[in-house]
Design a protein around this ligand. Structure first.
Ligand code: GRF
Length: 195
């Protein structure tokens, strides 16, 4: 089984996945990091981990379709079975999602459907909610939406600051994402055929 991680930023989830592959907790090959931001810290993490980096900048293509065709070509080249979005900041088109239906996972730092969007940890913190959490899900054509694979709650205590909550969320993410990938590899998630 061949994996691709798509990321645009810091890359702590990329590193958690790379570590789990290296330790044989995930029995698959991490073939490639697809990144749209050449200066993102995740690029250096991939280089250090010996994972090939494909840099694809949206602005180098006239349309999203052309951009995605270039990405798809690389995914075919590396025979990618499963795409792992880990802080990838570009939205994928419905065509792309259909092509890889139930083969694109995403991790989101809230208990979806609560707190969608790019500020999920902060939004939960300022809302005064007692709980938030982490969700790993397959993506569908809507944003931060699709079949949930794993979800885990975290209590927001009165002593939490935004920084302490972020720390708790990220360490849970680094456990939950590899677990979800393992379930996929073990064939424990229901799949549909590629369109
Ligand atoms: C994570 O909080 C993830 O849930 C969200 O983007 C963030 C990426 O963090 N989708 P990192 O780049 O993996 O450190």
């Amino acid at each position: 089984m061949n994996l691709a991680v798509f990321a645009s930023g810091r890359g702590s989830n990329f590193s958690a996945i790379a570590r789990a592959v290296k330790n044989n907790q995930i029995k698959a090959k991490l073939k490639v990091l697809v990144c749209d931001k050449p200066l993102a810290p995740v690029v250096k993490r991939a280089q250090r981990a010996g994972v090939r980096v494909v840099l694809v900048s949206r602005k180098d293509f006239a349309s999203r379709k052309d951009f995605e065709s270039a990405v798809i070509q690389r995914l075919r080249e590396y025979k990618i079975d499963l795409i792992l979005l880990a802080g990838f900041m570009l939205l994928l088109s419905p065509d792309f999602v259909r092509r890889y239906r139930n083969r694109i996972m995403n991790i989101h730092p809230s208990l979806l459907p609560a707190f969608k969007g790019a500020q999920a940890i902060k939004d939960a913190f300022v809302s005064g909610a007692d709980y938030t959490g982490v969700t790993v899900h397959f993506i569908d054509e809507q944003v931060d939406h699709g079949p949930v694979i794993l979800q885990q709650k975290i209590k927001i205590s009165r002593r939490d600051t935004l920084a302490s909550l972020e720390k708790k969320i990220h360490s849970l993410e680094h456990k939950l994402y590899p677990q979800a990938i393992r379930l996929f590899i073990q064939g424990k998630l229901k799949l549909t055929r590629q369109a």
